[in-house]
Write a protein that binds this ligand. Structure first.
Ligand code: GLN
Length: 272
């Protein structure tokens, strides 16, 4: 009997360890069935079986994710994610990594999913599964507010153009760089890219319209070029074929917060 008990105890602790590991990786295995409490030891009050998912995001991509004046990490993506987590009863372990690093973390299984103003592209669909689109976007060219010389892509010949690694803006710049004869300067984050343009090293950058328009509205000394390239909507992503359960929760929660007005409330709080 004693032997049996200790075997149960070991099995119990193993189950807990495995349970924790499953939590950490957000794997789709169902929760382990409840174990009997050990003799003379009260089981702790259940804290619920809320799963914690590691969600990767970008560092600076206002109004989607950024640090506000009080040092809080906020934004449309963050608020949407938290509202969905609350609606669907899961916990979020946010990993603020930067865009390219987030892409890699998800692919490598170090994060369960990502939300980072990530455009749903055909190419990415080969490596990621996306949620329903939650925000429309497009790529635009921005130049320094004081620079009148750059009016079109033709004016980029022989000049430097700032881009952010791994992004749609980068891919677009790359696709036209030989045609228009410019050189690309690559940054890890959007702020570095903007700065390169404002100090005059690069004459232009390619960025998502909702992000650069917000920046300019907040006082970023840049000006938009008229040409808006066709862009792709943003989606929440998981690694292809993995975390289908998390993706489902995201979609279900998104539908709910759209219906109950929370989604619009969040968007308005940043864009109005
Ligand atoms: N929407 C762009 C993309 O998916 C940029 C995202 C970002 O910089 N966070 O490539």
């Amino acid at each position: 009997m004693k032997f049996f008990k200790s075997v149960t105890a070991i099995a119990l602790s193993l189950t807990m360890v495995m349970g924790l590991a499953a939590c950490g990786s957000g794997s789709a295995t169902p929760d382990e069935p409840e174990q009997n409490t050990q003799e003379g030891q009260e089981e702790e009050a259940p804290t619920g079986d809320a799963k914690t998912y590691k969600i990767a995001t970008d560092t600076t991509f206002a109004p989607f994710e950024f640090e506000d004046e009080s040092g809080n990490f906020v934004g449309i993506d963050i608020d949407i994610l938290n509202a969905i987590a609350q609606d669907q009863g899961f916990e979020v372990d946010l990993q603020v990594l930067g865009f390219s690093a987030a892409l890699q973390a998800v692919e490598a299984g170090q994060a369960d999913g990502m939300i980072a103003g990530m455009s749903i592209t055909e190419e990415r669909k080969e490596r990621y599964d996306f949620s329903e689109p939650y925000y429309d976007s497009a790529v635009v060219m921005a130049v320094s507010a004081t620079n009148e010389d750059i009016q079109s892509y033709e004016d980029l010949a022989g000049k430097k153009v700032a881009v952010k690694v791994g992004t749609e803006g980068y891919a677009f710049a790359e696709s036209i760089k030989d045609e228009y004869g410019f050189e690309m300067v690559v940054f890890d984050d959007s702020n570095g890219m903007y700065q390169d343009v404002t100090v005059g090293n690069s004459v232009a950058c390619f960025e998502d319209y909702p992000v650069i328009a917000y920046g300019i509205q907040q006082g970023l000394p840049l000006r938009l070029n008229d040409t808006q390239e066709a862009g792709n909507s943003y989606g929440f992503a998981v690694s292809k074929g993995k975390n289908a359960e998390l993706l489902q929760k995201f979609n279900d929660g998104l539908a709910n917060i759209r219906e109950n007005g929370k989604y619009q409330e969040i968007v308005d709080s940043y864009t109005k």
